[in-house]
Design a protein around this ligand. Sequence first.
Ligand code: GLU
Length: 257
Amino acid sequence: MKKIICLLILSLILLAGCSKKQEQNAIEKIIDRGYLIVGVKTDSYPFGFINKKTGENDGFDIDIAKYIAAELLGSERKIQYISVTPATRIEAITSGEVDMVIATMSITPQRAYLIDFSKPYYAAGQTALVRKNSDIHTFSDLKKKTTIVVLGSNAERNIRNIIPTARIIGYKNYDDAFNALLNNKGDALSTDDTILSGLIHNNKKYRILKNRISKELYAIGIKQYDDKKLKNYVDASITRMLNEGKIKELEKKWGLK
Ligand code: GLU
């Protein structure tokens, strides 16, 4: 009998140990693992791109990831980068493939049903890129034209809402979308002003429309955990970056504003 009681107590202790592991929160998991897994862009200069000289991920969003990793894990190098696109980034978060997404992602009510957003760290605006000699000057000029978008972007959604008659062709990423514009597959490429300026920073044959049809508030996307510990941690990091002037410093570094 004593033996059975001992065994029972032992298994209860073991079970308690196991459930404690399951209760490990998202921050503890990251610390245990020793590195952050961050979904980033590789086609959106200057926010997320591959630096040709170093072959490494680089950009404004990558610098934000580095700041968080340095605070949480003591080194900005403790990051595994996963390349995401507008169509893949939500699932990368909800499936747990990444700890967070920092990828020119705007806060939208539809996305907020599926994921948590940190507080915003940057404000962009949607506009469009056209050939220099194009007859397109405003968004209403797009009515009878073909607009290129990246699938899953807020830009795609906004264009469909604002100009329901517009012909739209979608691509998976900004490299393909810009190539389509270069190859005259469409008349305009619409997305955030930040990304469009990045696409033409070496190319003077295109111009960006003056109007902005939306305000795109960039925030970090995080899985909807009940305890919100990771979201609160990330919010506190962003608050510090804003207060310490780190965001201003990054805007200067990457030629924004
Ligand atoms: N910021 C917009 C969005 O979240 C467009 C940029 C992008 O495609 O990442 O959809």
